[in-house]
Ligand binder design. Structure first.
Ligand code: UDP
Length: 238
């Protein structure tokens, strides 16, 4: 890796749901496949990753079932750290150098979130995985992806989805007339109430001129394609 190169730098958002392969917990086969696709791109692009935690807990769901929302959200954040460690393990097995940074201090398992250090890691060719979301209840990891991308100088947020391959005119799982959109503005996505990415994330990107691409993790190879800049899925911009 040439430390002085000015390579493209992107932030990849991976949902927790993908890690579980549709079930609670981590599916090692799924995570190792994702890791190999990421490792295949690391020579061409600087990569930061935000991992979700929906395969463990979602705070909003737990609070609907009687838990205090803040405490439930902290459980959600802790779930994202488990995903971050699983991804780190499989990335290192695939030959990539990695660091995990957590927004909640747990120094035995992860560095604290230090944005300038994260940038330095990426310049050295290390993949940085951000765990524990923003460390704040009522936030989603989509929003954290936008914030981390802004703070660490990424040019684009790449939102990897499973089960859907981009932004649609309506929810394709419930509306058979829904069609995929190649390009949409944040304002349009917000006005149409499209929920493929949450509205806080859309508006943070809109207000700060951050580009986004929403794409499907299937077929195999798509994560690598998105990382190296192929125009798959839907581009979202100001
Ligand atoms: N969470 C939070 N603050 C954050 C990020 C996440 O409270 O900054 C909690 C929230 O409860 C959320 C859960 O962590 O439901 C898991 O994250 P998310 O739902 O974004 O994961 P994904 O849907 O991407 O798997």
């Amino acid at each position: 890796i040439d430390e002085n190169s000015t390579r493209r730098r992107v932030l990849l958002k991976l949902s927790g749901e993908a890690f579980g392969g549709g079930q609670l917990g981590v599916n090692p086969d799924v995570v190792s496949q994702i890791a190999r696709e990421i490792a295949a791109a690391v020579d061409q692009v600087e990569i930061a990753i935000v991992v979700g935690g929906g395969n463990f807990f979602r705070g909003a769901e737990l609070s609907q079932r009687g838990m205090d929302r803040g405490r439930a959200d902290y459980m959600g954040m802790l779930g994202t750290v488990m995903n971050a460690l699983a991804l780190q393990d499989f990335l290192e097995q695939a030959g990539a150098a990695t660091r995990v940074q957590s927004a909640i201090s747990m120094t035995q398992v992860a560095e604290p979130y230090i944005p300038r250090r994260a940038v330095r890691h990426m310049e050295k060719g290390r993949i940085v995985i951000f765990g524990a979301g923003a460390g704040l209840p009522y936030f989603s990891t989509d929003t954290v992806a936008a914030q981390r991308a802004l703070e660490t100088g990424c040019t684009e947020v790449l939102v990897a989805k499973n089960g859907v391959d981009g932004v649609y005119t309506a929810d394709p799982r419930t509306d058979p007339t829904a069609t995929r959109i190649d390009h949409i503005t944040y304002m349009d996505a917000l006005q149409r109430g499209l929920k493929v990415v949450d509205s806080t994330a859309f508006s943070l990107c809109m207000d700060n001129g951050m580009d986004m691409r929403v794409f499907g993790m299937e077929p195999a190879g798509n994560v690598t394609r998105a990382l190296v800049g192929e125009p798959i899925g839907t581009r979202v911009s100001v």
